[in-house]
Ligand binder design. Structure first.
Ligand SMILES: [Zn+2]
Ligand SMILES: [Zn+2]
Length: 135
């Protein structure tokens, strides 16, 4: 059964609804051709509509290292296109964490308990998501 998923722009509140998808990440992927984007702001991953992208000059994707030819995905963009970021994102995917949404819903303890994620990786993942001073 398919249902529609609505993505809301975190800057202006505009919404965009996708009917043909079952998951939020698939809905987000469907937004990309409409010039919607996911971006990091103040340590939070937010959805940005096409109008706000123009207004706020939000880049389409976070900077990726030149020459990186990985398949990418939002986890990779958030965790970073370097060796550590790639390994961490791949490990998370294998552990069933396939979206930034999912990642942000996990506590530090839950992250550490995931298969293949150590304390250092958990810390890096969390610091990529939010930049809490002293956190
Ligand atoms: Zn907007
Ligand atoms: Zn990459």
């Amino acid at each position: 059964m398919s249902h529609s998923i609505t993505i809301r722009c975190d800057i202006c509140g505009a919404t965009c609804t996708s009917d043909a998808t079952d998951t939020v990440s698939a809905a987000r992927a469907a937004m990309v051709p409409l010039s919607w984007a996911r971006t990091l702001r103040d340590g939070q991953v937010i959805d940005v509509c096409s109008a706000c992208r123009v207004r706020e000059k939000v880049p389409g994707t976070l900077d990726r290292e030149a020459g990186c030819s990985c398949e990418g995905g939002e986890l990779f963009d958030v965790l970073g296109h370097d060796r550590f970021g790639h390994r961490l994102a791949n490990t998370l995917l294998r552990a069933g964490v396939d979206s930034v949404e999912r990642l942000s819903s996990l506590s530090a303890q839950q992250l550490r308990d995931l298969e293949g994620i150590g304390a250092a990786s958990a810390r890096r993942a969390l610091s990529c998501l939010r930049s809490e001073p002293g956190g």
